[in-house]
Design a protein around this ligand. Sequence first.
Ligand SMILES: O=C(CCC(O)(O)[C@H](Cc1ccccc1)NC(=O)c1ccccc1)N[C@@H](Cc1ccccc1)C(=O)O
Ligand SMILES: [Zn+2]
Length: 584
Amino acid sequence: ELYNETVAKAFLQFYEHTAQVVWNQFMEATWNYVTNITNKNREEMLLKDMERSQHTLYFGTRAHLFKIDDFQDPDVKRMLSKLQNVYKAALPKDELQEYNQILAYMKTTYSMAQVCLSEGPCLPLEPDLEEIMATSRDQEELLWAWQGWRDAVGLQVRMTFERYVQLSNKAAKLNGYKDMGAMWRSAYESDTLERDVEQLYEELQPLYLNLHTYVRRALYRFYGPQLINLRGPIPAHVLGNMWAQSWVSILDLVLPFPEKPPEDVTRIMRGQVRPKKMFQEAEKFFTSLGLLSTPPEFWKNSMMERPTDGREVECHASAWDFYNGEDFRIKKCTEVTIEDLLSIFHQMGHIQYFLQYKNLSVIFRTGANPAFEEAVGSVITLSASSHSQLLTRGLLSQEEVNVLMSIALEMVAFIPFAYLVDLFRWKVFDGTIQKAVYNQEWWNLRLKYQGLCPPIPRTEDDFDPGAKFHISASMPYIRYFFSLVLQFQFHEALCKASGHVGPLHRCNIYNSKNAGKLLEDVLKLGSSKPWPEVLQKITGETKVSTKALMTYFKPLLNWLVTENVRHGEILGWPDFSCTFGNLI
Ligand SMILES: O=C(CCC(O)(O)[C@H](Cc1ccccc1)NC(=O)c1ccccc1)N[C@@H](Cc1ccccc1)C(=O)O
Ligand SMILES: [Zn+2]
């Protein structure tokens, strides 16, 4: 019949050549906007976005004309079915225009928001407010930054968020999904995703509970009973992070063996290295594995520091593929800290994926699933932060408990947050959470999963979810939860390939060409194969499993359980009410 496989191949070639141009122009216009936020640059970006959507719609509607099931070539079948999902391009033109304006407004509001001191300067999130949240030990000052940020962002984003939800769901339905959450979950090619992630969360919960209990005790010692209830949730502003998603900044308050502090890498780095050096260090790790180095364009075109020429920029770090096989960039307002070094490893992981799959069809130039994209950089971080120089034989030394604690404050604390962000949004999209209760439902989830309370009473005039980048940027988040589990599975497989023997937390794959080869074979595939197949190539299993993560932290969990039992601690927060002791 008319649209046979030969025609399909020509159709896909035509798509390939036109898509590279359209996508490259869209990425350039978006880059120009986020690195120089002006009305002119926004209009140019919206124009290129519209052109991209028209291109997507043109090919998406025609992709439905092929009887894919009759075709033989698996790549042709997979490419055509991917083209059939046109995302927001399915919206009528005027509504798409409105949707793009809303997306730009929410993300820009977030990026430009500042909190002003009663007299003197206004502070942006990066680096000033994040610095306060990480280093201040004065709960009044922490509260000022915490509340100020939510007033500066949440309130503005709230009114547009409701319209954003409506248009998102309309676009999803036009693509054949019941709501936007279903369309986002379809990236995992699994109809049991919600159940699967819930199962993973349940397996990890005991680890988190013991960490939460131990940290609550340490905060009680420092801030006292007026602020901390040993049988209750922890106030969200004293965990060292604006969203309490990473607790590594309060390591000094919770260090198990203070007489053996891990070397303060931040102090060592400060004054000695410039951001560019940090990127070079990260690249060295990738090339030590035999992976690809970055092309000259990367060093010429990236934005590695917040500009000092007064330009407004979007500081949230990101990696960029310009779909021409040679232009790849990172945008980051880099500060010389250990946290930013680890974040640079994460971003360089995205770049490495771009480099490895750059010869695939544009349609396949994404991760095997979104979690794979996020896991690549983070798995390298596991080796980089393994402090493997602490190689003490036998039992867990006191230093190792300290090191494992610092990694747990980053990774284990993150588990419930990474889980609840999209739990919230899936319920908003499917209507379980109505707009009249957005904020209280957000805090119900924050209490249930993270064991946190807001430090001050919240109302429905607030919109605290919007104070997190990914919610204002309409960027899915379950990928980070999934990636957290995956990266330990990858780490275990890479460590085995590198010939490592001994505890997993002492493994550092630096210089291992075998580990690098295993990673390279996976990254080259992009999204050309179903991700369980790709997972099997690297780990030998087709299922995501928490076994490796639990193995990694087992020594610490044993230590935490012993500590919590010794103090007769109550695990969890039976006193679940949020008291506002600090306001007394
Ligand atoms: O948001 C990020 C890092 C940014 C990113 O690299 O994941 C970035 C997010 C983003 C920003 C703007 C537009 C789109 C996405 N993602 C990428 O740069 C990216 C993602 C997929 C493909 C190519 C690039 N991390 C998350 C979670 C996280 C990850 C790792 C450690 C700690 C915390 C957070 O900070 O809450
Ligand atoms: Zn990322």
